[in-house]
Design a protein around this ligand. Sequence first.
Ligand SMILES: O=C(O)C[C@H](O)C(=O)O
Ligand code: SF4
Length: 510
Amino acid sequence: MQSFEQSMLTLITDTSTQLSPDVREAIDKANAKEDSGTRAALALSRITENIQMAEQKVSPICQDTGMPTFILHVPVGANQLEMEKAIKNAIATATKQGKLRSNSVDSLTGANTGDNLGPGTPVIHFHQWEKDYIDVRLILKGGGCENKNIQYSLPTELEGLGRAGRDLDGIRKCILHSIYQAQGQGCSAGFIGVGIGGDRTTGYELAKQQLFRHVDDVNPIEDLAKLEDYILEKGNTLGIGTMGFGGNTTLLGCKIGVMNRLPASFFVSVAYNCWAFRRQGVTIDPDTGAIQNWLYKEERPKVEKTAKSQEEAKSSNRQVVLTTPITEEQIRDLKVGDVVVINGLMHTGRDALHKYLMDNDSPVDLEGSVIYHCGPVMLKDDEGKWHVKAAGPTTSIREEPYQSDIIKKFGMKVVIGKGGMGAKTLKGLEEHGAVYLNAIGGAAQYYAECIKEVEGVDFLNFGVPEAMWHLKVENFAAIVTMDSHGNSLHADVDKSSLEKLAQYKETVFK
Ligand SMILES: O=C(O)C[C@H](O)C(=O)O
Ligand code: SF4
């Protein structure tokens, strides 16, 4: 088993930096289906470009490398303690090499362990089997899409769809609703795994297990095969689209599993995975620990650049170049749909910083500034200089309780994130003359390229993702989705998708 640790490091690195061919093909197909020149087409071409950059640079596709979850099947007698130790070592090494972000945080103190190890992380499940080889599967599912997982307890009432009973049609309604409630916040277009039955814990486990199925496999249970096809088709009529920008593709895959339940409980659990659907698997020789085969690498058509080039997409959006610091006049000129290209300085800030700034001063002047909801992957070189390895946006709605007050207190003019924000922030943007820009979630390599220098960092004690990084950027492009005139694309898409959802109220599966 000498090579096992190295094999695990290879698996982790591959999973974080490359999407498997079946996932790429699903994204390619979505790209081909999207109308040229739309915001969704622009987002999809950025995503495609980002996937290629990550592969070339062997760097994380998305800065949130998620909760590493391993599922192992091992022959009887294989030493599980040794394997667990090797997996943990490989996780720490991958973190040091910038292939994983330090993502393990003490839930009480907020301290980041720095090496992705700690109580509950990584997740490792062992099962024994009669075969003579080891099967290891890994999924890196990020926090933003994890937050959009949802569990229904039937019977229930669902907005738009009415009563969902304890039958296949009630299940159908829950799954459709789960897509609606995620909007663009889990970096749609998404893949969903559904678990029917079990208890609250095993139901979610079953849902997550479905994500290990191949995108184009066929469910052996006929009713579920039909339901999967139905959901994939109807989910894509909701008009949520890539990143919640509206558009033709909202869902890239739907896989449904079933298990028995207690008489009193009827759960439908949904695991929502973003387009950055990072799961991989290998078989391992139990004597040497070397990789024998990859489980999701069968040849498929390569990701090609599509006809919907950036040029085409740009042509239908007004483009405005802004250099920091930014004035209120410049902000008032911006409308939903404009593409803003930023040059100058921006500051990252997410959960810990927003909470801190409510009661404390900022270490830097934020008047006219840009705040970027982002927890990057950073590496320090031997001279002590920081380098950005991945830097896409994080879900902005988590800062909803604070954002408007922070804008008022510090005079920042631009908030960049993803998934949009709510009514309180929209009002704040109008009152204080600020704007919200939506960057493409998961496009961490694309944005890392725009960051030319790390000027400094404050609050490193919050951990790397939560620290306030001061970044010099060039040509950092994002789309206005909430302007200073009371317009929100997110509110519009939410409303229209709810109307579309309501079309599916009537019974389909009797
Ligand atoms: O933590 C992050 O960087 C992002 C997170 O996965 C999110 O989608 O909000
Ligand atoms: S930022 Fe988006 S793409 Fe990255 S893990 Fe979160 S949900 Fe997935």
